[in-house]
Design a protein around this ligand. Structure first.
Ligand code: HEM
Length: 379
């Protein structure tokens, strides 16, 4: 039924507590320490903090599902991009709150934690299904996880939780869908204009100018000059690898890149020409993915430090090595590394290949293009 066909709404009076189901929500903090005699003062904070996290995870899962639903189509409309950017920005704001919540839980001292920690075994954060859902929807694949993470994934979850996550792993994730969307991007070839040939020339000019600057720098010792010149050769090889599909695919197979070759080039083009109006929303989108990824890495790193402060070298209630395990997953469970790597291949605006007029017009706003046309034709 469409919105117009819905019967007219006659709202019922509803009270605050009823709407928010506060009876249920506020009676869901059961202290384990209470069960064994004396309530540990800080256990309420411990439970509420985790519950608040799970609520925010629920919102993040919801926003990611909505974004994935739109991207899981053969085309994404421009007006949908605006909505997607709004939802992703919301996720970054929620992440700011998630990071701050660590300050709240750190008001509990390690000694206070010891009043109830032994009662929590084997419960652990890595049984947070929603956290795993977020990881999977973003694009973390099982084979990418460190062995300990994979083992816990398999052994610490219930059968139905495992089935739910396995199903999710078989569905398209944000990384794959973003890659498919990038691959569909037009503008990379335009008539006779081969952008990547022009780009390769611009790179060579830039490296040549860098070589000259190094060669003429009187402050450098012969040894330093040699070192810097060989660094330029390394850059040259990197640029060449990205422009050569076969080399890129080799590096991708070795795990250095995740996006397809065409997807990576499209992301690079968007970043290079982000000042063109048509590139602005795609640029915002890619930047938000990078920020969300970075915010999760920040959270993981902060959580790992908190665990070190709280537990020292003790193992976790879930049985991992604690701080050491968490430092490893902080490093490993990143998704959009390619978007970080893009900066290697950026050129200064002044060195960018000039786009043919027609292409530049296609990337501009229509009314601005029409105005320019009117100005040149005098109509
Ligand atoms: C006193 C506070 C905390 C301590 C001491 C702590 C400790 C740990 C430890 C040791 C692990 C590794 C698994 C294990 O052996 O149990 C872990 C994992 C985890 N914790 Fe916490 N944690 C605390 C608070 C939180 C909070 C507030 C959250 C928010 C939901 C959280 C979420 C997670 C998640 C999602 C993991 C899995 C990370 C991964 O597998 O990469 N933790 N935690």
């Amino acid at each position: 039924m469409t919105a117009e066909n819905n019967p007219p709404r006659v709202p019922r009076p509803i009270q605050y507590g009823e709407y928010l189901q506060l009876d249920q929500l506020l009676s869901a903090q059961k202290l384990e320490s209470q069960r064994y005699g004396t309530a540990a003062h800080d256990e309420l904070l411990f439970i509420i903090t985790h519950q608040a996290y799970e609520l925010w995870f629920k919102q993040i899962v919801f926003e990611l599902e909505s974004v994935i639903d739109i991207f899981d189509n053969s085309t994404v409309e421009d007006r949908e991009m605006g909505q997607i950017i709004g939802w992703l920005s919301r996720i970054t704001e929620i992440q700011t709150v998630l990071l701050q919540q660590i300050d709240v839980i750190e008001t509990m001292t390690p000694l206070d934690f010891l009043d109830f920690r032994d009662l929590l075994v084997p419960a652990s954060g890595f049984q947070s299904i929603q956290f795993k859902q977020i990881e999977i929807m973003m694009g973390i694949r099982r084979e990418q996880r460190i062995p300990a993470d994979r083992d816990f994934f398999l052994s610490r979850l219930t059968e139905s939780e495992r089935a739910k996550l396995s199903l999710l792993e078989s569905r398209p994730n944000l990384l794959d869908l973003t890659d498919a969307w990038l691959r569909r991007m037009p503008f990379l070839t335009f008539g006779d204009f081969d952008f990547w040939r022009e780009y390769a020339r611009a790179v060579e000019r830039m490296l040549e100018s860098d070589r000259k600057i190094i060669a003429m720098n009187p402050a450098l010792t012969a040894e330093h000059r040699q070192w810097q010149l060989s660094a330029i050769e390394v850059s040259k090889e990197r640029f060449a690898a990205v422009l050569d599909r076969a080399k890129y695919d080799e590096l991708r197979a070795a795990g250095e890149f995740r996006l397809s070759h065409q997807g990576f080039l499209a992301a690079l083009f968007i970043n290079l020409y982000r000042d063109e109006p048509m590139m602005y929303l795609p640029y915002r989108y890619l930047t938000l993915l990078l920020e969300i990824d970075q915010n999760f890495t920040n959270w993981r790193s902060r959580h790992a430090l908190m665990v070190q402060r709280m537990l020292g070298r003790k193992i976790g209630t879930g049985g991992s090595s604690g701080h050491e395990y968490l430092s490893q997953t902080t490093e490993r469970n990143r998704v959009f590394l390619d978007l970080f790597a893009l900066s290697t291949f950026l050129l200064p605006r002044s060195a960018l290949p000039k786009l043919p007029q027609e292409l530049s017009r296609a990337l501009g706003f229509h009314f601005a293009g029409a105005q320019r046309m009117a100005a040149t034709t005098g109509n």
